[in-house]
Design a protein around this ligand. Structure first.
Ligand code: PMP
Length: 403
């Protein structure tokens, strides 16, 4: 076996020398919130998803320390076999109650929650129809399952219906997968239409709420609350604990029978260690704070609305972003986005470029994650910096000459 036979290995070697010039794996020296410290420089930060600015709060740290003192750093086993602690059950019940469903199961990673769960829910006789822009973890899960995958045009409900109409009868089970808030574009799925279609074609509906839980809906209750739809209209609600909940892990929430099935059968859960006490405590305490302080979500929404309005006033392309804390500034080619991010960095603004292959080469962007912690001064300073960079760019182009 040669390493060169590993898919993508040889191509990666060719780009090796360029990696050090990319702005990735920069070391963050403190708590990443509206500000971040890199190489001793305090910067305004838009590149982490601490949406509510709660990470590092003394109440959360205290809850984590209590869990550490009681249980240590690991539950040291599968939950099925002696790794269960009361905190797991309390966290799961709290998430289920928060969303408005019967039950919930937490797992150690957000990405792996999608891979494990989708990988197990469908099989080779089934079809998964997913939005063209769903996250990598969803695609990996579908691949693992062996189910046939068809992607519908982003948020295009008539395309989804065409696919369901044409293929529904050919497969034993059909699973439709979308995201609550799309992670690269910051727009929302069209839940009311999705519910109608899933019922009409007797499909299951799964929504990844990684970026919608804690950020939209009443008190941050997510996409079903945003659309005032009963949460049990959605068969499978997935979420990550690493964003608004300041922890690490994922959950699947839904009806009791589905969750009980997963609790006893999901291989990535049964044959893996239970969530660490500190991660469970951090998520539990964060959710408790969110329940008590709905104004955090209002602050996040206001910041996002303000920033989007100011960006639009500059005449830049913010793509599809609407009503969400994810705001992209569409730039074009990857190289240009890298240049733009570097200019922002020089002005003490940390906003990461999203480049090919994460997005199409023509759709490279700077992605701004808004937080409830950003101040008006942070946002105004950033808008001013963007304005200056745009002017510099215009000036550069006006000096171009062609011979
Ligand atoms: N789903 C979506 C839509 C995501 O954006 C991400 C990662 N940001 C995940 C799942 C995986 O979550 P985690 O980072 O907590 O593993």
């Amino acid at each position: 076996m040669s390493l060169n036979l590993i898919p993508g290995f040889t191509d990666f070697q060719r780009t090796y020398s360029e990696l050090s010039q990319l702005p990735f794996f920069r070391i963050n020296e403190g708590i990443a919130s509206n500000h971040i410290t890199v190489k001793g420089r305090k910067m305004i930060n838009y590149s982490t998803y601490n949406y509510l600015g709660l990470n590092g709060m003394s109440e959360i740290n205290y809850a984590v320390m209590q869990a550490l003192n009681q249980y240590g750093t690991s539950v040291s086993g599968s939950r099925l076999l002696s790794g269960e602690i009361l905190l797991h059950q309390k966290l799961e019940q709290k998430i289920a109650d928060f969303i408005g469903v019967e039950d919930c199961l937490v797992q150690v990673g957000g990405h792996s929650t999608n891979v494990n769960t989708i990988g197990q829910l469908v099989c080779t006789q089934d079809l998964v129809v997913c939005d063209a822009l769903v996250h990598n973890s969803i695609i990996q899960g579908i691949r693992l399952s062996g189910a046939k995958m068809i992607r519908f045009k982003h948020n295009d409900m008539s395309h989804l219906e065409q696919i369901l109409e044409r293929f529904r009868k050919k497969f034993q089970n059909v699973l439709v997968i979308v995201e609550g808030v799309y992670s690269m574009d910051g727009d929302l799925c069209k839940l009311p239409e999705l519910v109608v279609l899933k019922k009409k074609y007797q499909a299951l509906l799964m929504i990844d709420e990684a970026h919608s839980i804690g950020t939209i809906g009443v008190g941050g209750r997510g996409i079903t609350s945003y659309y005032q739809t009963d949460a049990d209209e959605v068969d499978i609600l997935m979420g990550s604990l690493s964003k608004s909940l300041n922890s690490c892990g994922g959950y699947i929430a839904g009806g009791k029978s589905l969750i009980t099935f997963l609790r006893y059968n999901l291989s990535g859960f049964v044959f893996s260690v239970g969530m660490s006490p500190s991660n469970a405590a951090a998520a539990y305490e964060s959710l408790d704070i969110i329940e008590k302080c709905p104004d955090l979500i209002e602050r996040l929404t206001k910041n996002a609305e303000y920033f989007l309005k100011k960006l639009k006033a500059l005449g830049v392309d913010t793509g599809l972003s609407d009503q969400s804390p994810i705001i992209p500034l569409l730039i074009g080619e990857s190289e240009k986005a890298l240049w733009f991010a570097e200019k922002l960095y020089d002005k003490q603004i940390n906003a990461m470029p999203i480049i090919y292959p994460a997005v199409k080469e023509t759709e490279a962007r700077i992605r701004f994650f808004m937080t409830a912690a950003h101040t008006k001064q942070d946002l105004d300073q950033t808008i001013q910096a963007i304005k200056e960079i745009l002017e510099e760019e215009k000036h550069m182009h006006s000096n171009e000459c062609y011979i």
